[in-house]
Design a binder for this molecule. Structure first.
Ligand SMILES: [Cu+2]
Length: 462
């Protein structure tokens, strides 16, 4: 079993028990394959950081010690928690200085596959991320429960160029992906970051440890896309995947797909059954010739010398997870009733040579804000006028996706991060303002777009 199996919970772990963890960030030489070495940052000496597993209702006390040369905070992505624990620099807490420490202490109010990551500058890009799984006692049981993190090593000098909109790094989305279809032939991209290594769970194939399973086992993969800028498509060779949760929230009805489409910061719980002996690659698909290394072997015992089955890097003819399919979209507008707060935002900017990604024409902190009172029903709509999808993330809340591109979802998807389609795509979210009071960020999780201003906040007035 790999190091990314979820740590076992004691059989009678009391829901009231406190889980104590120390996370220490520090500089790290990261070698995902032999002969490479990158100046990175890691939690507890590794990338990704340790898997943290909690029982529903359990309290997490995480002592964070910052041994990097940069100010830092930890954001608990997808967790409904007290605002002061949300880890946003200069909004919910002061940055933790080099050599400093901070105690994160909270009881998550929701469950599922979440994650944690640094929230300042390039901390996340350099390796500061990990999975947080909060057990829902209503979930079916898996024989094998694994965290699977897709992550990449950026070429950091391309980050500055991407922020200025003049990067020369190419798009690497796989053939057949909606990202490529959305691009006009003469589009000039200036906002791509280049990646020099492609990893799953801390290493590049075939140098990362295999996942060993047994025939007959039911396997649950908790897949996270920790890449800071790129949507990741994921396939398991010769298998279909049954998706039960998006961002840790149960789908009304699980859906079977050939590939996952995982936006930046999104998570999916994908299941399969081991039906026969064999070896198969779990792959991140890409048009980058080096990206075949973003894979990990899943194999049964005794199959270590078998060359694993793999799939093409193209998506042509492949069914990938799609919000509209999973949500059973129908061509009529959503019935929104009379929400207490309704706002409509336009996402724009990002032209070649521009360092502005905007919400209603403004960049953070000048963007229009959302102000709510406790228990308000809130509807937020977004229209995306840019040529890239945006993975929008709301801190401290789960929202329901009610409508996409004028199609109502008969089975709304509950998420904390959702892609908004490029070139006029629209999406509508709904939620109740029942999270703890405070200031909650709402932003594009593409790190370049976020740093270039595509960010606002939801403010509780009471
Ligand atoms: Cu964006």
């Amino acid at each position: 079993m790999s190091a990314f199996a979820l740590p076992a919970l004691p059989p009678r772990a009391r829901a009231s028990a406190t889980h104590e963890v120390t996370l220490e960030s520090s500089p790290l030489r990261f070698s995902p394959l032999p002969g490479t070495s990158f100046a990175a940052l890691g939690y507890n000496g590794r990338i990704p950081g340790p898997v943290i597993r909690l029982q529903a209702g359990q309290r997490l006390r995480c002592r964070y010690v910052n041994r990097t040369p940069y100010p830092s905070t930890i954001h608990w992505h997808g967790v409904v928690l007290p605002n002061a624990m949300d880890g946003v620099e200069n909004l919910t807490q002061a940055p933790v200085p080099p050599g400093g420490a901070f105690l994160y202490d909270f009881v998550p109010q929701n469950t599922g596959t979440k994650w944690y990551h640094d929230h300042i500058g390039t901390g996340l890009m350099r390796g500061l991320f990990g999975i947080l799984a909060i057990d829902d006692p209503r979930d079916e049981r898996a024989d094998v429960d694994l965290a699977v993190v897709f992550h990449d090593v950026p070429e950091l000098r391309t980050v500055d160029a991407a922020m200025m909109g003049v990067s020369k790094a190419p798009m690497v989305d796989p053939l057949g992906s909606s990202e490529l279809r959305e691009m006009a032939p003469d589009d000039k991209m200036g906002d791509e970051v280049a990646y020099v290594a492609h990893c799953v769970n801390g290493g590049s194939y075939p140098h990362n440890p295999p996942i060993v399973v047994k025939v007959g086992q039911i396997v649950r993969l908790r897949v996270l896309n920790a890449n800071p800028t790129q949507t990741r498509y994921v396939r398991l060779a010769a298998h279909r995947l049954r998706v039960t949760h998006g961002d840790g929230n149960a789908l009304e009805t699980p859906v079977e797909v050939e590939a996952l489409r995982v936006g930046v910061g999104e998570r999916y719980d994908a299941w399969f059954e081991v039906r026969k002996p064999g070896a198969w690659l779990l792959q991140g698909l890409s048009a980058d010739p080096a990206a075949f290394a973003q894979a990990v072997v899943i194999r049964t015992e005794g199959m270590e010398n078998v060359s694993p089955a793999s799939e093409s890097e193209s998506l042509e003819g492949v069914s990938a997870f799609d919000y509209r399919v999973a949500g059973e979209a129908i061509a009529e507008p959503a019935r929104l009733g009379a929400p207490d707060v309704a706002q409509h935002f336009t996402l724009a900017g990002g032209k070649y040579g521009s360092n502005r990604w905007t919400i209603d024409g403004a960049v953070w902190p000048h963007t229009p804000k959302v102000r709510v009172r406790r228990n308000d029903r809130v509807v937020l709509r977004f229209t995306n006028k840019t040529d890239m999808d945006h993975p929008l993330h709301l801190h401290g809340h789960d929202f329901s996706i009610l409508e996409i591109d004028a199609h109502r979802l008969r089975k709304p998807l509950v998420k904390d991060t959702s892609l908004v389609r490029a070139n006029g795509g629209t999406i509508a979210w709904s939620f109740r303002a029942t999270s703890p009071s405070g200031r909650w960020l709402l932003h594009c999780h593409n790190q370049i777009h976020m740093m270039d201003g595509m960010m606002t906040e939801l403010i509780y007035l009471d």
